[in-house]
Design a protein around this ligand. Structure first.
Ligand SMILES: Cc1cc2nc3c(=O)[nH]c(=O)nc-3n(C[C@H](O)[C@H](O)[C@H](O)COP(=O)(O)O)c2cc1C
Length: 157
């Protein structure tokens, strides 16, 4: 028998996660982004990462169509970006510094690290889809990560 939803959420909320904004670019030139903590490294050879995206999220079908994504690992001062990309705002990129990487997916200014990926597989996972990306490029900079823990934002002290 599956665990109660509230109990499940409470337990999972105790896993301290780094916060990312996943972005993508479509063939039409449109860009999209979403706040994601369900991100993980998957394989070293070949270099693979995975993200889990709610099938109801606006970006879901765009990821399938675009075939690319970038993971922007947020720096501790970027809580507002996390909130913005988790909201229903029509244009979360408004007045935000970014440039398009080699896949076209936006790389956010001042992100702690980024990885740029081509989608090589998409697997069903309950009400989410697991998108697997082969990493084509990455960046890192000095700084500390933004964390999410027990329903709130936190920092490494
Ligand atoms: C800290 C945080 C982490 C989140 N992690 C995920 C995630 O891993 N996968 C996901 O599909 N949604 C995640 N969400 C929810 C989405 O960001 C949010 O539902 C989405 O932006 C709604 O997009 P839409 O209005 O375009 O459908 C997270 C939200 C927050 C605040």
């Amino acid at each position: 028998m599956p665990v109660e939803k509230a109990e499940f959420r409470r337990a999972l909320g105790h896993f301290a996660a780094g916060v990312t904004v996943v972005t993508t670019k479509l063939a039409t030139g449109d860009i999209a982004g979403i706040t994601v903590t369900a991100f993980s490294s998957l394989s070293l050879e070949p270099p693979l990462v995975l993200i889990c995206i709610d099938r109801r999220a606006r970006i879901h079908d765009r990821l399938e169509k675009g075939g690319n994504f970038a993971v922007n690992m947020l720096e501790e001062s970027q809580e507002l970006l996390s909130r913005r990309f988790a909201s229903s705002e029509p244009d979360p990129f408004r007045e935000i510094g970014y440039h398009e990487g080699s896949t076209g997916a936006p790389l956010l200014q001042d992100a702690l690290a980024t990885v740029e990926c081509r989608i090589v597989d998409a697997l069903p996972g309950g009400d989410h889809t697991i998108f697997i990306g082969e990493v084509e490029g990455s960046t890192v900079r000095e700084g500390k990560p933004l964390l999410y823990f027990r329903g709130g934002y936190g920092q490494v002290s």
